[in-house]
Design a protein around this ligand. Sequence first.
Ligand code: FES
Length: 183
Amino acid sequence: MSEEVTPTTPPPADPSQDGPAPGCHAETPADPERRGFLGSLSSLAMAGGLAAGYGTFGCFAARYLYPAHAAATGWMFVCEVGRIAPGEALAYKLPDGAKVVIARQGSSGAAEDFVALSSVCPHLGCQVHWEGQNSRFFCPCHNGTFDPSGNPTGGPPKEPLPRYPLKVEDGLLFIEVPLEGLA
Ligand code: FES
């Protein structure tokens, strides 16, 4: 008795499926277009990534090669050294309107005798003055105190008073000020 074998036929293709049937690698006319599109897309993404990478590198390189210039400054005459006695101070106004207090804390006649600080309190902007007898800068608004270098020592201020460089030449005191914004 022989076994009957019925020939099998492949199942009909499912029209709802977009691609070829599993195991089937036949190309449809749309495949080359899709591949081309995907290829272009990935090339574009790669080019974008490279451009971003090189751009970032370029920025860092430019910053290294061409560092930002420090603000231009210049020396301004303040007064003769003898004009401020040891323990006393002078109120000074910079060309840009900034208010400065210059205190004399020594008697050698050198620039180290003097300290020039912004006299604007970092708390709420009141005027700070030098108290020679207490060797401190004082803000009367809320009893803010600063040491002889302008560092906060009491009261609400938490930030130091900005400091300006000074120099003495031939008995004359000069202060270094920013020139930005001045004609
Ligand atoms: S404004 Fe100077 S302590 Fe408040």
